[in-house]
Every structure is written in C-alpha cells, then in structure tokens.
Write a protein that binds this ligand. Structure first.
Ligand SMILES: CC(C)(COP(=O)(O)OP(=O)(O)OC[C@H]1O[C@@H](n2cnc3c(N)ncnc32)[C@H](O)[C@@H]1OP(=O)(O)O)[C@@H](O)C(=O)NCCC(=O)NCCS
Length: 154
C-alpha cells in the first residue's frame, strides 16, 4: 500500500468524501449524503489521504447521546480493501470517542463480520432508542430496516 495519512477531515475533503459515499450508495451499501450534510458534519469525519491527495477512505463518528455515538459513512475505496485500512480508520474514530468520554459505539451495517473483527457484538436495535427517535423514523426503510446493529463498549 502506498503511504496513507489518517487525519481529521477538512473542508477540501468534502467532495472526495461524497464521491466515496456515492460509489457505495449506488450499490445499496450505505446512504448517499448531500454536500450540505457533509459540510455541516465535516468535523465528524476522519479520512485516509494518499500521497497524491486522493482519499482512500472515510469514516464518521456521530455523537448521539450522553454515552452513545455512531460509526457512520464508513468507506474504504475498493482497491484498498482487506489491507487493514478499515480497521485503522474505525480505530481512529474509537480513539476520538474515548477522548470525548463516549462509552458505547454502534453501527447499523451490512458488514457485521467486519465490525465483529473489531470487537463489536450484534445487538437488538431496541437498545438504541435515541438513534431510532432521531434518525431511523425518517428513513424510507423504517420500520423494515434490514441492517444489523452492532455495539462496542469502550
Ligand atoms: C467494510 C469495509 C469498510 C472494510 O474495510 P477493509 O479495509 O476491507 O477492512 P480491513 O482490511 O481493515 O479488515 C479488518 C478485518 O475485517 C475483515 N473483513 C473486512 N471486510 C470483511 C467482510 N466484508 N466480511 C468479513 N470480514 C471482513 C478482514 O478480513 C480483517 O480481518 P482480520 O483482522 O482477521 O485480518 C469495506 O469493505 C467497505 O468500504 N465496504 C463498502 C462500504 C460499507 O459497506 N461500509 C460499511 C457501512 S457501515
């Protein structure tokens, strides 16, 4: 793998993040995000930057409640998968969650095996009522969500 810098996202990364998300959204793997959303939430994101400035990965950490945060908008560009980059960028978000004092991190995902490798366990969505009240009820799939909820206690 060429040199990859993991760092917090900056404004100039937003279009690259949107592109990473769009490729996966087109395949139904996650939700696409509008530029307005990404500019508003840019401080949630970590990115993995290649030597030439392109982005190889992105991942968001969104605080949901006093003890709860979500890993969201996680993408590793296809040619960089299965080389440990997904683990590294999620761990960067977990480190930030820990420093913020967050105790529980969850994700809603089709990639539960990946998250289990990082120590997450599968849980019933009912243990995440704050996520359901805030976001899920606005989702076109609600209440028939086919994603798996996974949770990690820090
Ligand atoms: C899920 C994703 C981020 C994983 O990134 P990655 O860089 O390939 O993952 P890593 O190489 O860090 O893998 C870490 C571990 O998980 C395993 N793993 C990765 N993807 C896996 C999968 N789809 N199924 C089973 N295990 C998987 C790896 O083998 C590795 O195991 P190891 O520790 O025993 O070696 C990547 O496949 C992706 O971007 N997918 C499309 C978007 C998506 O679904 N995002 C999740 C939204 S919540």
């Amino acid at each position: 793998m060429s040199n990859i810098l993991l760092r917090k996202a900056r404004i100039g990364d937003v279009k690259g993040i949107q592109e990473l998300l769009r490729d996966c959204a087109d395949k139904g793997q996650l939700l696409p995000r509008a530029l307005t959303y990404l500019y508003k939430h840019v401080r949630n994101f970590y990115v993995a930057e290649l030597d030439d400035g392109r982005l190889a990965a992105c991942c968001g950490l969104s605080v949901v409640w006093e003890d709860l945060a979500e890993i969201c908008s996680l993408v590793v560009e296809e040619s960089f998968r299965r080389q440990g980059l997904g683990r590294r960028i999620v761990q960067a978000c977990l480190g930030e969650a820990d420093s913020l004092g967050v105790q529980r991190i969850f994700a809603l995902t089709y990639q539960e095996e990946f998250f289990k490798k990082l120590g997450f366990v599968e849980v019933d969505k009912d243990v995440l009522p704050q996520k359901i009240w805030a976001d899920c009820i606005h989702c076109p799939k609600y209440p028939d969500c086919d994603e798996t909820a996974v949770l990690l206690n820090l």
